[in-house]
Design a protein around this ligand. Structure first.
Ligand code: NCD
Length: 319
């Protein structure tokens, strides 16, 4: 963020990592998110962002995060500039630097939302931007803060707290940016325990594991569904991140090692365990689970994403 931007809770701030928030910030965000839910449920859109323009610049394919941000802005009467896949058809393909692209688009809008395949790019964009806040919509295998905030909101809505929780995270701990952000988020609260279920090759990398552990959360790595606790509050299933693999053969070896199906629910889930997934799923949760009342991935998790993004954009704009 450039020096011209003010820092005051959310106003004018870049949203880059879960590390940047205090518990108070998150509570405030969730209060606003609840108001946004009321607006979202009304047929008539609000005019809170009337006259505001948000650029969505996505260097990596995205349908739902892109759609969710777009819907969030439009629900509040704002407009978007949609730039998908810029490296293939624009000045970027002519060799323009990321910094210049950001400087150009910040002249057109009030907020820039960026997704990029390289870790650290959102932070780089934030450094380049002089006037507008940058929101990280996923930076390679780094973080995906808005996804983690919507996941936390979903958990909070179900259990009324974000401490004293037990969760299972399954799939790709190494490359999953949503996992990296969610662990950071839950580390802020007391007495949380996460069981990390993944093939050996997809465990968190050692420095991250140590860093997260030192931040106060209890992390237990497991390699079999038989080691899952029976009292988990949530199961957070994730896709093995195919696009991060050097070869399809390597991907094939580890994909869908752990599948969430009704049998597993019967064996290991509690009566209140909720089943979460950032989506898209590619076989790691069977469709037979969709009708389970505790399956939130195609229900509240998706809608909460839009409400949290409505809240975040309004807050960074000081509304
Ligand atoms: C996630 C992502 O992009 O990291 N998806 C999303 O935001 N909709 C998870 C994933 O792609 O597996």
């Amino acid at each position: 963020m450039g020096s011209n931007k003010t820092i005051n809770n959310f106003k004018g701030k870049d949203i880059l990592s879960l590390d940047q928030f205090s518990i108070t910030d998150i509570s405030h965000l969730f209060q606003v998110t609840k108001k946004m839910r009321e607006i979202g449920r009304r047929a008539k859109p609000s005019n809170l962002l009337k006259g505001n323009i948000v650029t969505l610049i996505f260097y990596e394919p995205s349908s739902r995060t892109f759609g969710s941000f777009g819907a969030a802005v439009k629900q509040l009467g704002g407009a978007t500039i949609d730039v998908q896949d810029p490296q293939h058809f624009s000045s970027v393909s002519k060799g323009e630097t990321l910094e210049d692209t950001i400087r150009v688009f910040e002249s057109y809008c009030d907020v820039i939302v960026i997704r990029h395949p390289a870790m650290g790019t959102a932070a780089k964009a934030a450094k380049a931007a002089e006037f507008v806040p940058i929101i990280n919509a996923g930076d390679g295998i780094g973080e995906h803060p808005t996804q983690a905030l919507l996941d936390m909101f979903t958990i909070y809505e179900k259990f009324g707290k974000l401490n004293n929780l037990t969760g299972v995270m399954a799939g790709d701990m190494l490359n999953g940016r949503t996992v990296h952000s969610l662990i950071r988020g839950l580390s802020k609260y007391k007495n949380n325990t996460l069981y990390l279920l993944s093939p050996d090759e997809l465990k968190l990398d050692k420095p991250d594991f140590t860093k997260f552990k030192n931040s106060g959360i209890k992390l237990i790595e497991i390699a079999s569904t038989g080691d899952m606790p029976k009292n988990a509050n949530f199961w957070y299933w994730t896709r093995v991140q195919k696009e991060r693999f050097k070869s399809l053969k390597e991907y094939g070896k580890v994909k869908n090692r752990f599948v969430l199906n009704n049998k597993l629910i019967k064996e290991r889930a509690g009566k209140d365990t909720i089943f979460m997934h950032p989506l898209p799923r590619v076989g790691e949760i069977l469709e037979e689970v969709d009708l389970n009342p505790n399956a939130v991935y195609l229900r509240s998790e998706v809608r909460n994403g839009m409400y949290v993004r409505m809240a975040l954009i309004s807050l960074v704009l000081g509304k």
